[in-house]
Design a protein around this ligand. Structure first.
Ligand code: SAH
Length: 342
């Protein structure tokens, strides 16, 4: 932005003013940027646009979870989800339209891969959420929506930089979490440029099973992935990677799976988040029952691993991540409000 300002004959610090107008005050019209000269505003108007993805569907769950389907171009839609909690609001952001990885339990995978989102389309999701919910509503961002963020590396890093920037969203790096299935070389590159919080989609305690559930494991097996996690946190003893583990009935949820998981994680600074599987039409998997999940969790906890069970949110509007997009193709904005009665 600085380089751009200089290029058109303005002072570099103007970039800060533009960023603040767009990202902190949510302005979408250059005319409103009253601390810029009239001439500069006209120049911006002629050569630039401020455009966020358009909301084509909004669903609000009885628990307050809000899900938007956003149109990024004529043919493509992505999802963004806002999860309000006591004292914080988390926005789940997409990084790609569809996904090229073929994780067998994920509905986004079933849609295939369309394209990478641009930096504008990624940060645009936060911009739209702030516009809809008000400044300050989003306190945390998780890159856990559609797509594999590390396969859209440079656009994702640029968007993260805006999330962290003092003149944009000013989020602390602890409050921005990137979730990855384990693209090891990109993970090492990420560690060099920004150390946001990291979540790893592990989902299996051994390579044999992970090869099936998360096929990228065939390229970067568990040992390499966990070694990269250790490199990522480095010597900072306070930092922990979040290990995501989806609970699939009779697939990866036995006590012996839990013990094996405990063993492989023993040297990794991490905590575990058990995710009840969200079923979707056509899936061969079922979610483990709650007592199985609790037993699994207790084994990990007794072994000294901090373990949480992810609370399912927005169940009434969302059977599974990515599912809504397939159902929406009209061009006008629709609003669906579901009360407790459904
Ligand atoms: N591609 C990235 C981020 C997107 S998915 C990654 O793999 O981490 C965010 C999380 O939701 C991942 O842990 C993913 O494995 C999990 N997930 C995908 N489908 C799911 C489903 N049907 N039920 C529960 N969790 C699912």
């Amino acid at each position: 932005m600085e380089a751009f300002c200089v290029e058109i004959g303005e002072k570099p610090f103007r970039s800060v003013q533009i960023l603040q107008w767009i990202h902190q005050r949510g302005v979408s019209d250059f005319e409103a940027m009253t601390n810029l000269s009239r001439n500069f505003r006209a120049q911006l108007n002629d050569s630039c646009e401020i455009r966020a993805p358009e909301i084509v569907l909004e669903q609000i769950s009885s628990d307050g979870t809000c899900k938007w389907v956003l149109k990024t171009d004529e043919n493509n839609r992505v999802e963004t989800v806002f999860i309000p909690e006591e004292g914080r609001g988390t926005l789940c952001v997409s990084s790609q339209v569809g996904c090229a990885l073929e994780c067998s339990f994920c509905s986004t995978a079933k849609q295939g891969f369309n394209r990478n989102l641009s930096t504008a389309e990624i940060i645009g999701q936060l911009w739209v959420a702030q516009r809809e919910l008000g400044i300050g509503a989003v306190t945390n961002v998780v890159l856990m929506g559609m797509g594999e963020p590390l396969l859209n590396y440079s656009n994702v890093v640029s968007a993260i930089n805006l999330m962290l920037d003092d003149y944009s969203y000013c989020l602390s790096k602890r409050k921005v979490t990137l979730s990855t299935s384990g693209v090891v070389p990109a993970l090492d590159r990420l560690a060099e440029v920004c150390d946001v919080s990291l979540a790893i989609s592990l989902h299996a305690p051994n390579n044999e099973l992970r090869d099936q559930l998360v096929p990228i494991n065939q390229k970067y097996p568990i040992e390499q992935l966990l070694a990269a996690c250790k490199r990522y946190v480095g010597h900072d003893t306070r930092r922990k990677v979040t290990i995501e583990y989806v609970m699939l009935e009779n697939i990866n949820d036995s006590p012996s799976d839990a013990r094996q998981l405990l063993r492989i994680l023993s040297q990794v600074p991490c905590k575990v988040n058990l995710i009840p599987f969200n079923p979707f039409p056509g899936t061969i998997y079922n979610c483990s029952n709650m007592s199985t999940i609790r037993t699994f969790s207790e084994i990990l906890q007794k072994g000294g691993l901090i373990t949480t069970i992810r609370k399912t949110r927005g169940e009434d509007i969302d059977a599974a991540c990515g599912q809504l997009v397939g159902k929406v193709d009209d061009k006008t904005r629709r609003r669906i409000r579901l009360d407790a009665a459904g």
